[in-house]
Design a protein around this ligand. Structure first.
Ligand SMILES: Cc1ncc(COP(=O)(O)O)c(C=O)c1O
Length: 425
């Protein structure tokens, strides 16, 4: 498989972008779906912002370096990656905080309704934010029952487009339409989508969206998130975190709140300039590579990983089979290893990741990390490998599949040092 990997790398039109990232030697990084690596330009950008704009410019930089315009400027750069118009996206706060604001926005757009529909097993913060809004009644439905669970009491359908654990992707257009048919608003969490899979919010008729800055956008640890509100709602929505930066005239210092126009209304407090600068640099790099090329390579990488893994199986055959619950994806069982693929086999139906169920997935992930292959673990039994296309090579994929096969074959994961759990998994 290594020869094939070299051929694929030689033919890869975006291979050279790997040099734009600072990647440590001896590491194969399969966790860009959790924390993207450091773009070299970001280090330089932060030096400029710290030494020049902050150190020299001091408070003048709010105007001179347009710090004040950063949330809109960075939002506008994210917009083409998610099929939005520039003035529909703003970069601010965390995904969690933006969820709270947009749940409030949905209620304001749909007065008289209070049900928020989501799925069990959605990313916890999405569910917690629903549960934390005292006005809301939460309703959960499994994927197969989602459309039936939509009725005229539903104010908001809140779903994560690409599932963080399994990588399964919802049909954004179909679900948005089904929600609109009963008069519900739709909010998409794009945390595992933006910069990695095709997203066309306006093409799908979406109302609201949020997404993460520190995963595929490589904005740095704890980077600001982004929020989208479709233009048709700009005049009519309100949101509960009515801070001064979302005021029509923050520097008029008036006693009465008056919302700014459009997505600027989503701002609450002062933008974190250093974090915004890092996010802007990450977004510029992803935009320069282009989503189409990223998506095509992401699918090729994860498909190649499966080919490599399957080619290392000795003995019993690898068989796709259908999940007992009748779910839409097949499972791949490598009999000797007891490793089940829980991501869809069809690359078009999944995000930029492959997730494997294994009884000892945590120890497996630790044994891989000790070999320099960094993926992660999601409780209780999922080994998650992310295939961020901006910097991974096909040779990395062949190598990481070989490491996984070896760790499974020789039982290395059973060593006691791989059993202890750290605070962050
Ligand atoms: C789907 C999804 N939503 C939200 C979050 C958390 O976002 P934040 O930490 O910015 O609140 C994550 C983090 O991994 C996620 O995967």
């Amino acid at each position: 498989m290594m020869d094939r990997a070299r051929e694929l790398d030689a033919a890869d039109a975006i291979a050279h972008f790997r040099d734009r990232f600072d990647l440590p030697d001896g590491v194969i990084y399969l966790d860009g779906n959790s924390l993207g690596p450091l773009p070299k330009a970001t280090r330089e950008r932060l030096h400029r912002v710290v030494d020049g704009e902050w150190g020299e410019g001091l408070i003048r930089s709010w105007n001179d370096a347009d710090w004040i315009g950063m949330p809109q400027r960075v939002g506008a750069k994210i917009a083409p990656l998610i099929g939005a118009q520039a003035h529909e996206v703003i970069a601010c706060d965390s995904v969690s905080v933006n969820l709270a604001k947009l749940i409030g926005a949905a209620l304001s757009l749909n007065p008289g309704r209070n049900v928020v529909l989501s799925e069990p097993g959605n990313f916890p913060t999405d569910l917690y934010m629903i549960q934390g809004d005292a006005r809301v009644a939460q309703r959960l439905a499994n994927r197969e029952a989602m459309i039936d669970a939509l009725d005229e009491s539903v104010a908001l359908l809140l779903l994560t487009h690409v599932h963080y654990k399994t990588g399964e992707m919802f049909d954004m257009t179909a679900l948005t339409k089904a929600a609109h048919d009963v008069g519900a608003i739709v909010l998409w969490d794009l945390s595992h989508s933006g910069g990695a899979v095709p997203v066309n919010l306006n093409g799908a008729g979406a109302d609201l969206a949020v997404g993460c800055g520190y995963k595929y956008l490589n904005g740095g640890p704890g980077a600001p998130a982004y929020a989208f509100v479709a233009e048709r709602h700009h005049d009519n929505f309100s949101q509960p975190l009515t801070g001064w930066m979302g005021h029509a005239q923050p520097f008029a210092f008036s006693d009465e709140y008056e919302p700014a126009q459009g997505v600027k209304r989503l701002l609450a407090g002062t933008p974190p300039v250093l974090a915004m600068a890092a996010l802007e640099s990450g977004v510029e790099l992803i935009a320069e590579i282009g989503v189409d090329a990223l998506v095509a390579k992401s699918r090729a990488l994860s498909g190649f990983f499966l080919d490599c893994l399957v080619s290392s199986v000795r003995g019993e055959a690898v068989e796709p089979r259908t999940d007992a619950q009748g779910s839409s994806f097949d499972k791949l069982r490598t009999n000797g290893w007891d490793l089940n693929l829980v991501s869809p086999r069809d690359p078009v139906a999944r995000g930029s990741q492959l997730s494997f169920q294994h009884e000892n997935a945590y120890a497996l992930s630790q044994a891989l990390i000790a070999r320099g292959v960094i993926g992660d673990f999601r409780d209780p039994d999922i080994l998650r490998l992310g295939f961020a296309p901006a910097y991974l090579r096909f040779v990395d994929i062949a190598e990481s599949a070989r490491h996984l096969a070896e760790v499974l074959d020789n039982g290395e994961w059973q060593e006691p040092r791989f059993q202890e759990r750290a605070a962050v998994t």
